[in-house]
Design a protein around this ligand. Structure first.
Ligand code: GDD
Ligand code: MN
Length: 355
C-alpha cells in the first residue's frame, strides 16, 4: 500500500528534517508538507531535501489555521497523488514515524485508523495539567455533542484514511479552520458510515518550538461541535419539535371543541388526537423525513397512524406499570419519553422506511 503523509508545518524548522527522515525510512511512503509561509523558513529546509520533487512535496500558502492547511493538503493529495492511503501527522516529533506501518496495517480492515492516545496501550508523555484537562474536555465534548461517541481519541492528529474515504469528502463544505477540523472530518466520515479503528500510540509533547493551539481554536471547537451535533441529530431534533407542536395542536383543538363548542369531552379528545396525528404527519413528511418520501403517501399515512396508536398504547402500559413505583407526575413524562422513542424508531424504520 502506497501512502502519502500530509504534514502541516508552521515554524517547525527545528524538527522538520528529522521528521522527514523518519517518514521516508518507509519505502512506500511519501510526504506533502503544507507550510504556511513559516517565518522561520521551514520551507527552505524542505526544498533542500534530497528527495524534494520526488518523495517530498511542498505546498505553501497563507496562514489560515491547521484545518485550512489540512483541507488544502487533502485536495492536493486527491488530485496530484496516486497513493492508496493518506495520513495526518504533526511535524514536531510528537508522533513517532515508526507507528506509520501499524496505522497502514489497520487500514486493511477499516476505512480510517486513528493513532489513539486514549485506548489501551496508548499514552501521552510530557503534558501538564492544563493540556490534559483541555484534551479530556475536548474529547468529552466531541463524543457527547458532536456525534462521535464510539471514538476515544476524537482530536488525534495522527490518522490514516483510505483514499476512497478521502475522495468521498467535500473539503470545501467542512467547518473548522483550526484544530476543530479534526472532529469535523471524523464526524463526516462517520456519517458516511466508514469504519473507524483506533491503534494505540504514544504522543510525546514537543521539546522544540511551541504549540500553535490558541484560544480562538478552543472557541471554534465549541461552535463546530454544536454545529456537528445539529447535523448528526437533525432528524431527531426535528421530530421532537414536530411532536411538541402536536401537543399544542391537540390541546388547541380540544379547547376549541369542548370549551367553546360544547362537543362532549370524549369526542373532543378523539378529534383533537387525530388532528395532532395529522399535523405531525404532514410536518414530519415535509420536513423531518422529506428525503424519505419514496413509498406511497397513503401507505406512509397509514403506517404513521399505527405508529401513533402504538405510542398511545405504550404510554398507557408504561404509565400503569410505573405508577406504583413512582409519583404519577414522574411516571407520566417517563411514559411519554418511552412512547416518543417508540414513535421515532417506527417512523424512521417503518413509516418513512427507505424503499
Ligand atoms: N500549515 C499550518 N498552519 N500548520 C499548522 C498550523 C497552521 O496554522 N497550526 C499548527 N500547525 C502544525 C504544526 O506546525 C504542527 O506540525 C502540527 O500542526 C500540530 O501543531 P501543534 O501546535 O504542535 O499542536 P499541539 O501539539 O498543540 O496539538 C496536537 O494535539 C492536538 C489535540 O490533541 C496535535 O496532534 C493536534 O493535531 C491535535 O488536534
Ligand atoms: Mn505539537
Amino acid at each position: 500500500m502506497n501512502a502519502l503523509v500530509i504534514l502541516p508545518t508552521y515554524n517547525e524548522k527545528a524538527t522538520i528534517k528529522q521528521v522527514l527522515e523518519g517518514i521516508l525510512r518507509h519505502k512506500n511512503v511519501s510526504v506533502l508538507v503544507v507550510d504556511d509561509n513559516s517565518p522561520d523558513k521551514t520551507a527552505g529546509v524542505v526544498k533542500k531535501h534530497k528527495e524534494f520533487g520526488k518523495r517530498v512535496h511542498l505546498l505553501s500558502g497563507e496562514k489560515q489555521g491547521l484545518g485550512e492547511a489540512y483541507k488544502r493538503g487533502f485536495v492536493w493529495a486527491v488530485n496530484e497523488s496516486t497513493a492508496d492511503a493518506f495520513l495526518e501527522m504533526d511535524a514536531d516529533l510528537s508522533h513517532n514515524p515508526e507507528d506509520i506501518p501499524r496505522l497502514l496495517d489497520a487500514l486493511k480492515s477499516a476505512d480510517v485508523a486513528i493513532g489513539s492516545r486514549y485506548v489501551k496501550g496508548g499514552k501521552v508523555i510530557g503534558w501538564g495539567m492544563h493540556r490534559k484537562i483541555l484534551s479530556f474536555g475536548g474529547n468529552l465534548v466531541a463524543r457527547m455533542i458532536a456525534g462521535l461517541w464510539s471514538v476515544r481519541d476524537c482530536t488525534a492528529g495522527f490518522r490514516a484514511f483510505r483514499r476512497k474515504t478521502v475522495q468521498g469528502v467535500d473539503f470545501s463544505e467542512l467547518p473548522g479552520k483550526g484544530y476543530s477540523f479534526q472532529i469535523a472530518l471524523l464526524n463526516t466520515v462517520k456519517r458516511q458510515e466508514r469504519t473507524i479503528v483506533e491503534v494505540p500510540v504514544t504522543f510525546t509533547d514537543r521539546e522544540k518550538g511551541t504549540s500553535k493551539l490558541g484560544v480562538s481554536d478552543i472557541l471554534e471547537f465549541g461552535v463546530v461541535a454544536v454545529r456537528l451535533g445539529f447535523q448528526t441529530y437533525a432528524r431527531l431534533i426535528k421530530f421532537l419539535l414536530v411532536g411538541a407542536s402536536g401537543l399544542i395542536v391537540n390541546w388547541g383543538v380540544f379547547a376549541l371543541l369542548w370549551l367553546y363548542t360544547g362537543v362532549p369531552a370524549w369526542l373532543s379528545i378523539a378529534v383533537a388526537t387525530e388532528a395532532s396525528i395529522l399535523s405531525n404527519f404532514f410536518l414530519n413528511n415535509a420536513w423531518t423525513f422529506k428525503d424519505r418520501r419514496t413509498t406511497h403517501i397513503i401507505g406512509r399515512l397509514t403506517r404513521y397512524h399505527y405508529t401513533a396508536l402504538g405510542g398511545l398504547l405504550i404510554t398507557y402500559l408504561a404509565y400503569f406499570s410505573l405508577e406504583n413505583a413512582m409519583h404519577a407526575l414522574v411516571a407520566y413524562p417517563v411514559a411519554i419519553m418511552a412512547a416518543t422513542a417508540w414513535n421515532f424508531a417506527l417512523s424512521y424504520f417503518w413509516a418513512w422506511k427507505k424503499k
